[in-house]
Design a protein around this ligand. Structure first.
Ligand SMILES: [Zn+2]
Length: 253
């Protein structure tokens, strides 16, 4: 597995929200440092790449805030790099911020700016590397932005599992991943706010490992193991590192 990360993501002055909180990226990375994966630094997404997912007016609007634009471009570039590495055969986790799954073509909310994961898939498609994509969004919140950005692409399937209990949640994830018929790549909007001590009040650390394992198995069955994940939410900093690590252990195999 490869890990996409850059020290720039530690800067917390690009926005005033929970995802931009000081120490959050350090917490997310804390379990991963020293693990059996290479860290690769991304380049910012180019304007041409950003235009695949966003309207020019919205890009102009974000550009009025240069620090936010720079950080969000780097996050989107991180997702693009993760998608390319995954397509080349390297499972990859992109530890980036701001998150992206609430960013649509014309706007964003919920601590997001650019639609990182959807944009990365659109780049692969524009490069004619994939025709079909499967997205599983395990954040506690629905990835409404991802849905909107990919709405015109019928072969992009998006799954937001929701269930009352952790056991039901895992059953649902397993059933859906087992039912997928064909895809060229599997991508994960990897939010960790469904954690039992975070806003979602549901999943345990071991559950994140299990989800990673299920995604890996599905990717091996469907698309020669091609898979990448992009960090979304996750705000209980004390255990964020353990949860990210658990997911990556299952995901990497
Ligand atoms: Zn969330």
């Amino acid at each position: 597995m490869k890990l996409v990360y850059d020290e720039h993501f530690r800067a917390s002055d690009y926005a005033q929200d929970n995802a931009a909180r000081p120490g959050r990226m350090e917490a997310a990375m804390s379990g991963l440092l020293g693990g059996p994966w290479d860290i690769v630094a991304p380049m910012p997404a180019t304007l041409d790449q950003l235009r695949l997912a966003h309207d020019a007016d919205y890009l102009d609007q974000v550009a009025q805030e240069p620090a936010r634009f720079a950080m969000a471009s780097l996050a989107a570039g991180g997702a693009v790099l993760a998608a390319r590495l995954a397509h080349g055969g390297e499972p990859t986790f992109a530890c980036v911020r701001p998150p992206g799954h609430h960013a649509s073509r014309t706007g964003a909310w919920g601590h997001c700016t650019f639609s990182n994961l959807a944009l990365a898939l659109l780049v692969l498609r524009a490069e004619q590397r994939i025709d079909r994509a499967f997205v599983i969004d395990i954040d506690a919140h629905t990835g409404d932005g991802t849905r909107e950005v990919l709405a015109h692409w019928p072969q992009a399937e998006i799954f937001n599992p929701f269930a009352a209990t952790a056991a039901e949640y895992l059953e649902l994830v397993e059933a859906r991943l087992t039912a997928v018929q064909g895809t060229d790549i599997i991508s994960v909007s990897a939010g960790f706010d469904a954690y039992k001590l975070d806003v979602g009040h549901k999943l345990d650390t071991a559950d994140f490992r299990r989800i990673g394992t299920l995604v890996r198995a599905a990717a091996l069955r469907l698309c020669r193991g091609r898979r990448f994940a992009v960090l979304e939410g996750g705000y209980f900093l004390q255990d964020l590192g353990a949860n990210v690590l658990a997911f990556c252990q299952g995901f990497a195999g």
